[in-house]
Design a protein around this ligand. Structure first.
Ligand code: F6P
Length: 553
């Protein structure tokens, strides 16, 4: 337990609240740009290949300076350094938080309890690379000797979203002769649809689960094994050999892996200091490594590392994750924003926001501080969004003219992927024109005078007026490469870190998902029985509330 003062009792917090009350502190973006056109260059930070323009945010130099003071007072950089040093900053689980060690160079030294963990990170990476090469080359075959053509990752949460998102993001770099599927939902339809057109003899299952106890994953893996054995035929002995050829595991739990019947020689290990939502650059990324190859995977790790180093070393005014984190604090704690939209202008990033939902909301969806006291300040926002152009024809109306403040990130790339035809490449200009147009429209809107000047009838003027002043941050890179993807993910990981540090919450536990799991186990047996009444259901399933008992009945 610490005696960390509550952030909202600090003078730096009060100074920001006062600043917010100040008439000038809800800045008008039109006025700000008119007064200082250099804002467009000054409010840009470059990290690796990323160009992050935060000039269209509702902040001034004063706001930013006050936010940095809050970061300093709340010890963000101290906690950051403790994380990089391998201290047990995940206090409720008493664990180090060392996803940054997953992308450390071979010669780095990062100790947990006196042991340098970097050599074992690289041992696993090398083992993954050797296996990925064997699958990609056709040397690793299925039980009948046919080469593997299909890879099915079975996992959920951090053991699914990361590899599924990154596979989609880097499709242009994947081996197109292989088929990849990602199964997560305990709804049998997910596995059914994933395997129904696959040849079992050519299918490799990767069972990804940090704990190897997650009910969805174990259930799906068990069903996948039945599907495989039914498809291959053969007796019990053949079954064991087949499982050895067609199942590998990614886990921290060797006992459970062995208990499931997977040879631990075919287990790729990671460690309790890697949080599930921070794990796709660990062994959890094996499916991705098979898809893009070990070299590209290492390029991605290099991208992560560029941002790690930046976060660790850049001065506060130029520190991108710090700036993005503090902007979120400004909107959430001082301007009443409840959500944050992430809007990629890239089809390849179609799963990016879903991935960030776990990263951000599982990390910072907390209502007690690190000392266990209820927080009296807002914590993590609702994160949402889909690829931008599709969103424009769905929910952008609310962002433009609704009543809610929704800060948004617009993410885009200067170049389309190389393999598109010339005609499809030409569409990229239209795609990016939409990104730029939305940032402009959201920031600067269209005044009533401008609407009137177009000859719009007076009664329609209010409907067609855009007040603008909707904040956006624009993140651009030349193209979406493995390194750039790593940079983007590390940027958001550290942004989430900064916010959790300011709010003094444990961003690395997830107790909030436990209760539903326990209750599901309790309810499940009831669903296989027949009840005449809700009272029967309630009676036979201890702890069922009357509403749930009626639903079960
Ligand atoms: O239920 C939430 C969670 O614990 C996530 O934090 C995690 O990513 C997911 O379940 C999957 O857990 P595992 O990798 O242990 O199967």
């Amino acid at each position: 337990m610490s005696d960390f003062p509550k952030p909202d009792r600090r003078p730096e917090w009060t100074a920001l609240a006062d600043h917010r009350e100040d008439a000038l502190s809800r800045p008008d973006l039109r006025e700000l740009f008119a007064a200082d056109p250099s804002r467009a260059e000054r409010y840009v930070v470059r990290v690796g290949d990323l160009r992050i323009d935060y000039s269209k945010n509702l902040v001034t130099d004063d706001t930013l300076a006050l936010l940095r003071k809050l970061a300093s007072a709340t010890g963000v950089s101290d906690l950051r350094d403790a994380m990089f040093r391998g201290e047990r900053i995940n206090i409720t689980e008493d664990r180090a938080v060392l996803h940054t060690a997953l992308r450390a160079p071979r010669d780095a030294v990062i100790e947990v309890d006196g042991e340098n963990v970097v050599p074992k990170v690289h041992t696993v990476l090398d083992k993954m690379a050797a296996f990925a090469d064997r699958v990609r080359s056709g040397e690793w075959t299925g039980y009948t000797g046919k080469r593997i053509r299909n890879v099915v990752n079975i996992g959920i949460g951090g053991s699914d979203l990361g590899p599924a998102m990154a596979y989609e993001a880097l499709r242009a770099f994947t081996d197109r002769s292989l088929t990849f599927r990602f199964v997560s939902n305990v709804d049998g339809a997910d596995l059914h649809e994933a395997v129904r057109d696959l040849d079992p003899a050519q299918t490799l299952f990767i069972v990804a689960s940090k704990t190897f106890t997650t009910i969805e994953t174990i259930t799906n893996a068990t069903s996948a094994r039945s599907w495989l054995l039914a498809g291959l035929g053969g007796g019990e002995e053949a079954g064991e050999k087949a499982v050895a050829q067609h199942f590998v595991a990614l886990s921290t739990n060797a006992d459970k892996v062995a208990g499931f019947g997977i040879d631990t020689a075919n287990m790729f290990e990671f460690w309790d200091w890697v949080g599930g939502r921070y794990s796709y650059d660990s062994a959890i990324g094996l499916s991705l490594m098979i898809a893009i190859g070990p070299d590209r995977f290492r390029e991605m790790l290099d991208g992560f590392r560029i941002v790690d180093e930046h976060f660790r070393n850049a001065e506060a005014p130029d520190n991108a994750p710090l700036i993005l984190g503090l902007l979120g604090v400004w909107y959430g704690n001082f301007m009443g924003a409840q959500s944050h939209a992430v809007l990629p202008y890239s089809h390849y990033l179609s799963k990016f926001t879903a991935y960030l939902q776990q990263l951000d909301m599982e990390s910072n969806g907390k209502s007690v501080d690190r000392d266990g006291h209820p927080v009296e300040w807002q914590t993590g926002p609702v994160v949402w969004g889909t690829p931008g152009t599709n969103g424009q024809h769905a929910y952008y109306q609310l962002i433009h003219q609704g009543t809610k403040l929704i800060p948004a990130d617009l993410i885009g790339f200067a170049r389309p992927v190389a393999e598109l035809s010339d005609e499809l490449k030409a569409q990229h200009d239209l795609l990016m024109a939409n990104l730029f147009a939305q940032g402009q429209a959201l920031a600067f809107g269209k005044s009533a005078e401008e609407v009137r000047a177009e000859g719009v009838p007076e009664e329609q003027v209010p409907h067609r007026t855009f007040h603008g002043n909707h904040p956006t941050t624009t993140i651009l890179a030349a193209e979406l490469t493995p390194s750039v993807l790593g940079q983007l993910i590390a940027l958001y990981e550290h942004k989430v870190f900064v916010q959790g540090a300011v709010w003094n919450i444990d961003s690395f536990d997830q107790w909030g998902v436990e209760l539903g799991k326990v209750l599901a186990k309790r309810v499940e047996p009831a669903l296989t029985e027949t009840f005449a009444s809700a009272a029967d259901a309630a009676g036979s399933v201890p702890g069922l509330d009357p509403s749930t008992a009626a639903l079960v009945a």
